[in-house]
Design a protein around this ligand. Structure first.
Ligand SMILES: *Cc1c(COP(=O)(O)O)cnc(C)c1O
Length: 386
């Protein structure tokens, strides 16, 4: 692999931010950037070719979730799927009520959609989470009102890795005839999700989080759940999401799904073992460290750590000098608070919170990568604490 920016071998531990496009995905996409350039809405051969490729990807994705192809709607990203789910259900159910329940630790695609709806007169309850980042069922039940139309709680958290009790939340929602959306952008293709098993009505995912291309995602909408059209225009996506399809992107996402599901259980096991190895090694070899998020119910590749008495941004710069790409767990702008709202919500102590670093693994991460990361953390923590 050529590496123009970095001089040394890079250990990429920021797979929750984005992943490398798999070689097979790149290859699958190429013809659709070249000779197979057709618009799926045209009647002749090129169009037919594009249509078939799109519908193949839709079938592959539907199968991966135990859904029907007609329940999968392609979008331009995970954020769009989240926006559509929240705003669409809010609008569709306005007659019934205008109350939405979410959590304080959702991705900004959800939080900012909810804030937008509040400006339009909707009411939103933002549930607290416990110290592990888990939404509490008693609080959820307590927040439900006769005019609640939507519960939106993420499947797995992007910063701290906690997997939410989606099964229980879905059951509570269904008993009360409230629609349930889950932002599964971090969890889909990392852990098994079946919409036959889970009482989920809507679900968002994004290709670039599982070795697919950027700029393509999907929203699953259970049959019978009516969401209004999100992009108005032509008749694409059953008339719900207009716009000439991103054929190469959709083909790439389909291929990435095939790859991810062909070895998911093995990859999960291997990645969780490496993740646990990283957490244990950090706790063992580093001082003043806390692991954030739920210890067991967490995404296979996520490790979130907070270090006492250091500035996370400075630590990340030193890590990068050693060729380790990690992140602070959220995009924090200068001038704004350095502490992410997720880290704040789980109550990380004030002397630890600014020193939060997230390392997220992929199927390509090796034990040597983890060893290098911990060695770099060790020497750089000493430097910063001196
Ligand atoms: C990345 C991410 C998104 C946004 O997906 P994009 O495709 O980048 O817009 C939404 N939710 C979660 C949990 C994410 O991790």
């Amino acid at each position: 692999m050529s590496n123009q920016i970095y001089k040394k071998d890079v250990v990429y531990l920021d797979n929750a931010a984005t992943t490398r496009v798999a070689k097979e995905v790149e290859e699958a996409m190429k013809p659709y950037l070249g000779e197979k350039f057709g618009n799926a809405s045209t009647a002749y051969g090129y169009g037919e070719e594009a249509r078939e490729a799109i519908e193949h990807a839709r079938r592959v994705i539907a199968e991966s979730l135990d859904a029907k192809p007609s329940e999968i709607y392609f979008t331009s990203c995970g954020s769009e799927a989240d926006n559509w789910a929240v705003k669409g259900v809010a609008e569709a159910c306005r007659e019934k009520g205008n109350h939405i329940i979410t959590s304080r630790i959702e991705h900004h695609a959800i939080l900012n959609s909810c804030e937008y709806l509040e400006r339009l007169g909707y009411e939103v309850t933002y549930l607290d989470v416990d110290e592990n980042g888990v939404v509490q069922m008693e609080e959820l039940v307590h927040a439900i009102r006769p005019d609640t139309t939507l519960i939106t709680i993420m499947f797995g958290n992007n910063e701290i890795g906690t997997i939410e009790p989606v099964m229980q939340i879905g059951r509570i929602a269904r008993e009360r005839q409230i629609l349930f959306h889950t932002d599964a952008v971090q969890a889909y293709a990392q852990v098994p999700i079946s919409v036959r098993r889970y009482p989920v009505d809507l679900l968002s995912a994004s290709a670039h989080k599982f070795h697919g291309p950027k700029g393509v995602g999907f929203l699953y909408v259970r049959e019978g759940v009516a969401v209004p059209s999100f992009i108005h225009g032509g008749g694409q996506e059953q008339g719900k999401r207009a716009g000439t399809e991103n054929v190469p992107g959709i083909v790439g996402m389909g291929k990435a799904v095939e790859l991810a599901f062909s070895d998911m259980r093995m990859r999960m096991r291997r990645e969780s073992m490496l993740r646990n190895y990283l957490m244990e090694k950090a706790l063992h070899e580093l001082s003043g460290v806390r692991i954030n998020g739920h210890r067991v119910n967490r995404l296979p590749g996520n490790v979130s750590m907070s270090f006492r008495g250091v500035d996370g941004a400075s630590l990340l710069i030193l890590l990068e000098e050693d060729g380790i790409c990690a992140s602070g767990g959220s995009a924090c702008n200068t001038g704004e608070s350095r502490i992410s709202y997720v880290i704040d919500a789980i109550g990380v102590p004030a002397d630890y919170a600014p020193g939060t670093v997230r390392m997220t693994l992929s199927g390509d991460t090796t034990r040597e990568d983890v060893d290098r990361a911990v060695a770099s953390l060790k020497s750089n923590l000493e430097r910063l604490r001196d």
